[in-house]
Each structure stands twice: as C-alpha cells, then as structure tokens.
Design a protein around this ligand. Sequence first.
Ligand code: XIL
Length: 556
Amino acid sequence: MPSHDRSRIRTLALAALFGLLAAFLLPGTSAGASAALRQHAAARGKFIGAALATGPLANESAYRDIAAAEFNQITAENAMKWDATEPSQGRFTFTGADAVVDFAAANGQQVHGHTLVWHSQTPGWVQSLGATAMRAAMREHIAQVVGRYADDPAVVSWDVVNEVFDDSGNMRTSFWYNTLGESYIADAFRAARAADPDARLCINDYNVEGINAKSTAMYNLVRTLRQQGVPVDCVGFQGHLAIQYGFPGQVQQNMQRFADLGVQVRVTELDIRMVMPRDASKDATQATYYRDTVNACLAVTACAGITIWGFTDKHSWVPDTFSGQGAALIYDENYRPKPAYTAVHDALAGGTGSDTTPPTAPGTPVASGVTATTATLTWTPSTDAGGSGLAGYTVHREQGSTDPQLGQSAGPSVTLTGLSPATRYEVYVRARDGAGNQSPASATVAFTTATGGGGGPCAVAATVQTQWGNGYVVQPVTVTNTGASALNGWTVTFALPAGHTVTGSWNATLTTSGQTVTARNAAHNAALAPGATATFGFQAGRPDGNTATPSGYACG
Ligand code: XIL
C-alpha cells in the first residue's frame, strides 16, 4: 500500500481511539489496582511494551487480545530486520512490518523500529559487498526503511545499530566492522536522522544492563559519538536475563550514568529465562527480577519504558536458543499470567511491588509418615513484615549447587510424593511472599525412604536427538509403565561411554557412578498409570572425534 494511504487509515483509527486513550494518558488519571499494565505504565509516564511475531498476530485471537489490552508499545520481533525488509538488493518488502505497525496504530500503541544495522539476520548479498558498495547499501536501506514510516505517527524510534560490541566490550569484528571500520556506526545514525528527523535513534546491546566492562565500553562510545555530533538519542539495554546467573549489579546506577550523558534509556528486550522444568520457586525468583528491572526504570526519569521480548511462553525465542531453558515471559504457554506478570503489574502500580522484605525463615521441618515413596513434612510458619503477605512454601532437596524442588504448599505442611525407595533425603523449606521475595532456607531435616514399592515393570526407549563433534542430546528417553498397576516412581540406568560427561538433564535427576548413570523421576512425572509414559532428556559432552553414545538402557 502506498504510504499516503497507510497514513490516512491510521488517522481514522487514531481518531476513533482518542477518547479511550485520553482516559489514561491525561495527567491526574489514576489507574485502578486491577488495571492493565499499559494503564499503570502510562500513569507513571512510561511505556510497557512487547515484541510481537507476525505468525501468532495473524492467527491467534488470544495473542492479539492480550497484546492490545496490556501494552502501549510494540516492537517487531523479526519483521523489520534486514532479511525481512530487503531480502535481495533494492527489493523492499514490508508485509510483516506493516502488519505490526497497523496493529499498533489500531490499538493506540507506539512502535520502536528494530533493527537497521546488525550482523545477524542480514542477507548474504550485503555481507559479500566491497566497502564502497556496502556503505551505499547501508545508507539506501536506512533511507528506504526509516523513510517508509517517517510520517507515520505510530513509529517513533529506531534501533539504528544493534550489538556492535563483542562480549568483552571490544568492537565486534562483524562484516560491518571488518569492511567499513568503526565509522559505519556514525554513518548509520546520520543516515537515519536524514531519513526521519523526528525519530528517536537508539543504540542497542545485551549484557549492558548493569555496570561492567561491556556497558562501560558502550558508555564511552555513546559519549564520544555525541561529542562528535552524531545523533545518538537513546541507549537500549536488551535485558535477556537468566535467574541462574543472578541479577545484574547496579542496573539503576548504570541507567543513570547514561541518562547523565543526555540520552534517553530503555529496556528493549526483557526476558528472564530459567533452567527447565519451571517450578514455583523459580517463578518467584523470576518475578523479583522483573520487579527489580521495572523499579530501576521507574527510578530513572530518563528511562522511557520497558519492552518485554514477547509476552507468552508459547511464543518465545528462548527454548530455541538456550538449550534446556525457557519459561522466560510473563504469561505461560496457555496465556495465563505468571507471578512475573503480577510483579510487573504491582511495580508499575507502585503498590506491593515496592515490598522488598522477604518473609522470615520457616522453622525446621519435621518428617513423619515416611514410606518408600512419600513423606510428610510439617514446620513452624514464617512471618512476613513486608506488607504483601505470605504466598506459600517450597521444599527443596539439599544436593550441592542446584537443589531440586520436591514440593510446594500454601500452608506449613506438605506430603512429598514420587520419592525414590531406600534413599536418604536431606530437605529444607523456603517461604515466599506475594511480591516474590524468598525467605532464607530453614534448617534441614534428613529422612530415609523405606525399601520396596515404587519401582515396577517398565520399558525404556532412548533417541539421540542431535549430536556434534564433542557432544550430543538424548531426547526423548521414554519410560512406559508396562505393568497392570500404577507406578509411583521409576528409575532408568544406562552405560555412559568412557570419557563422556553428563552436562545437563531435564525432567529427571541424573547421578553418575563410574560408567553407570541412574536417572530418577522428577516429582511431576513420578506417577505413571498402566500404559502411560514419561519422558526426560539429557545432554553430554565427549572427547573430540569420539562418536559413541550411551547404551544398555534399563528401567526399574
Ligand atoms: C531474535 C528473535 O526473537 C528470534 O525469533 C530470531 O530467530 C532471532 O532473533 N537480540 C536482538 C533480537 O536484538 O533481534 C533477537 O531476536 C534476540 C537477541
């Protein structure tokens, strides 16, 4: 569609929505406690956004409904990247980009254009150009893509360059840098400014959320570029975080030092992944990371807002990119809000999100009714002084660096199921409050399950899903109850070839002794009705050149 037609339709849609928008954009309008995220964000002068993918946007009404209701800012997850907008030289295609912009305009949302110059998702024809032709192609691409939306009121900002640093904070030796030198960065910003003098122009990167060597390199680059008159208006912190790596240090201070250079800052691609399987305690930790990110932005005037990289675990790049990890977003795969949603909501609402006081540690648990596969634990309740109230407890097995969760409860007692027979367990309890704060661990209690029971007739089949020079993934390993009665717990053993090491597993707990690996059910897949199956998987490393994989799978 020619761009003047696009603008006219846009104007009508905006006019129709004006009354609705005014209701929450006007100063002094306060958002009710249960209002959508976008209303609370607008009341705080911030945006709350989501990256949208064109597939579900076209095909799923639940996806569209939440995207429209909860967010006031949109980024195209892929549709505005070079491989989508100029797949071959001079042939521009905006079908996906327009679909995202039209959706945003129809719902009174602003669009952040992502991304113009990046080393990834850029067609081969660009990468193989010589210096003069590459610089010309970059300028032309920016002129066409930014130019298309320059008069479109919905599109307000752009990631002009993305990920120009490597992980240590040196210039990334991408084809851009290798062919054009560092000057491509300034050139790209100048071309974007020429194509749309009103758009806010950003530089965007990952692992720059806290104060570290890479964010300091970014800080120095932005300062230098601005001293040289290069139009850098904004710095984007992607925010691809993981609960197993800890929350970055000094996020608010980092945002503030960029703000002090005179640029706007924003969190552009927030997601907070976990090692799967998901459980209540990981959800609670994830919620605190979301809360702390939102609170950092709220505390810095120059922080414009936060974009979450998707919103539902049904559509997220994380499981495809980070092996064995997932559940990084604020809605689950069935579009149900997670504790992370509540944390973002409450932080934006300025209510219980400001509770950072964890509950006290629970009393030492007492074990009773121990059978081959079950045990009941009871403890003295925690108290919570933070104001958001106790939300529940999780029970963990003491097992070194990562302690698996065995159960959870709302009150101070739980019956654990799916335990392995004749096994010593040392367990402790943690409490969490409504804002996601976790208490310190209680003292531990040890008990040993009775022998017998639990195991039974079962069959096992294993598939090597993928392998590479020095490693492989076995998935699924399928355990089938071949007996006539229900199983409550199962064990699989197999032989690990010499020199191999198990580096990760999911949906079972693996222990290695010599060359024998024993995989025990997780709590959630212990119970198997006759004929039912459970699956788990694992990853292993092996010496370079070795092509062996495990054998001798047995189930009991
Ligand atoms: C990711 C998308 O989410 C995936 O769908 C795609 O396959 C690869 O790119 N940094 C960025 C984003 O700037 O564009 C990336 O998005 C995630 C990392």
